[in-house]
Design a protein around this ligand. Sequence first.
Ligand code: GDP
Length: 295
Amino acid sequence: MFSQLTDSLENTLKNLRGQGKLTEENVAESLREVRRAFLAADVNFNVTRDFVKSVKEKSMGAEVLNSVTPGQQIVKIIHDELVAVMGGETKEINLSAPSPVGIMMVGLQGSGKTTFAGKIALWMRSKKKRKPLLVAADVYRPAAIKQLQVLGKSIGVPVYDEGQGNPVEIIKHGYQYAKDNGFDLVIYDTAGRLQIDEELMQELEKARDAVHPDEILFVADAMIGQEAVNVAETFWNRLNFTGVCLSKMDGDTRGGAALSIKKMTGVPICFIGVGEKLNEIDLFHPDRMASRILG
Ligand code: GDP
């Protein structure tokens, strides 16, 4: 992940290490490299431009501290800016709402929604001692209901389903079932399509308005790069999701989505998926990710 970014930045920054002064020239040279590496890593063009501008402003104004070399100083400025762009702090799911807390998963088909629903159920049970219920409302893809049932069974989390019924009704009934049966967390797996379509968006809006979930988590496939930003913006405009889950961060992703989505929507990334298995989930730590990007 981010290997291109890391390698090319490392090379440039290595050349800076050991130099005595932070000159306009070497700032410009590193920023050229940042720009090149970002675009190669599929970071959105506008995000890249703003990032470079911000680092430039901070570098030009910065006093070079005696304790560090100019190279270390610019690495630190880039690091801090990366952390800021990715949201600063780790976003925690809001669990303080009245029980049962509702989490609605949304995103395109194949993004990793169903897998994330299972991962979050398992994570919440083991790390937060919650008693989760999964609700199968992805009615257009028959295999999705079965997939959720298999998933639920493998982790011992019950799944509420009504087969191919009306998804808004299923979600409402699922909420009620959770409430009546002592579950303190209810996770709705909703339908996705291969592309955004109006009918799907309206249905998701109706589902949201029916149960007012405490969190709406947009799931994006980290592999889809630039396109992730357009999809995220559309979902955000319609649903005002409250958090982002990035799946497939274990794959050969160029990683730009992590930087772009937060910057473009203002919504923080909360979880990353790092494999197909249900325990392959991590909280997203902006500072760790920044360190990883810079090698
Ligand atoms: P949905 O259509 O959005 O519900 O997507 P699924 O949850 O069915 O995921 C689509 C495919 O991606 C499945 O084959 C999953 O096993 C796979 N997948 C999901 N998350 C991850 C991940 O973090 N890493 C990897 N390598 N594969 C994943």
